[in-house]
Write a protein that binds this ligand. Structure first.
Ligand SMILES: NC(=O)c1ccc[n+]([C@@H]2O[C@H](COP(=O)([O-])OP(=O)(O)OC[C@H]3O[C@@H](n4cnc5c(N)ncnc54)[C@H](OP(=O)(O)O)[C@@H]3O)[C@@H](O)[C@H]2O)c1
Length: 290
């Protein structure tokens, strides 16, 4: 397959590109800057220089590909509208082709799972208010199967493995600057975890297998926040212990992620991916991998 990846220079896109290349596929990567071309070529990626907002370019690249991974993301104002336009373009361009189109997803759109381990059949959207727009987009994206597009969302919760991993980076930075690693209350709330390379390998399996469709949880293990805080402490030079904090204190430590890390459970099962696609996560969360 020749897979088009948006966001190929980013954390998610670069790992998916690497995983595809390792399985013998070709990758075309959309990049914004000429100076990134040489580095991509060195990795064996075919660069296509341009902006996501260039709809005609996106259409022609999508049509020339055997499938698409849309991993571009941004925090700039207007991003949500750009992203809606990108998804609309991909869906209208690939309608009727049966080609796979994959996006990443964050499981926070399913809300607090409580003590129950949820799977793709039992989880339903229940987003915190700021994520309502994302859910609207994901519903539209998943409905594309009715237009003969193989839409796939590969969901991750606590994604780790390298500097680009958002939640571990925030927890480690807070432990480094405050001298301790934190959890809230008893720290019994738990999150599913996945190493970025295992997340990427699930993208590849889902793209490769024609029966793959819809949502998949890339959930390898489940750990309590207290266990995760203990690993963060071990992994952080300046951190000399693990400490329970209040939700207010967590706000100062973890900014955007304070509320979900304090209060939410994100317990998900990766059994569907394992049983139906043969996904076998190779990494385990620990002080050396976090
Ligand atoms: N990082 C994590 O731990 C994590 C975990 C779970 C979910 N996610 C989600 O995964 C998605 C990707 O995250 P990430 O960490 O991979 O982000 P990232 O490292 O910041 O990468 C974003 C990518 O999007 C590209 N991009 C942004 N705006 C663009 C535009 N207008 N045109 C073309 N390309 C554009 C960037 O290109 P440039 O290099 O040109 O800037 C970059 O390649 C996000 O939605 C994030 O919430 C991330």
């Amino acid at each position: 397959m020749n897979i088009l990846i948006t966001g190929v220079t980013g954390f998610v896109g670069s790992h998916v590109a690497q995983a595809l290349l390792e399985k013998g596929h070709e990758v075309t990567g959309l990049v914004r800057h000429d100076e990134e071309v040489a580095a991509l070529e060195k990795q064996g990626i075919h660069p296509a220089v341009g902006e996501l907002a260039d709809i005609e370019l996106l259409k022609s690249l999508a049509l020339a590909s055997d499938g698409v991974v849309h991993a571009a993301a941004s925090n700039v104002p207007g991003w949500e509208e750009t992203n809606q336009q990108v998804v609309s373009t991909l869906l209208s361009t690939l309608r009727g082709t049966g080609k796979p189109v994959a996006m990443q997803g964050g499981t926070m759109v399913f809300g607090d799972t409580g003590a129950t381990l949820l799977d793709e059949d039992t989880a339903s959207f229940n987003p915190p208010p700021p994520m309502q727009g994302r859910v609207t987009l994901e519903r539209r994206f998943l409905a594309a199967e009715q237009q003969d597009i193989r839409s796939l969302i590969i969901y991750g919760s606590y994604v780790y493995g390298g500097a680009g991993a958002a939640i571990p980076s925030i927890m480690k930075a807070a432990a480094q600057s405050h001298g301790y690693s934190a959890y809230v209350g008893e720290g019994h709330n738990a999150w599913a975890s996945v190493h970025i390379q295992d997340w990427a390998s699930l993208f590849v399996l889902a793209l490769e297998q024609p029966q793959a469709l819809g949502p998949y949880f890339a959930a390898a293990e489940v750990h309590s926040l207290k266990e995760i805080a203990t690993m963060v402490n071990q992994a952080t030079d300046n951190s000399s212990g693990v400490q329970s904090v209040t939700p207010e204190q967590a706000g100062e430590l973890w900014s955007f992620f304070a509320q979900p890390l304090s209060l939410m459970n994100q317990r998900f099962s990766g059994e569907k991916a394992k049983k139906t696609l043969g996904w076998q996560p190779e990494h385990s969360l620990g002080a050396t991998t976090i």
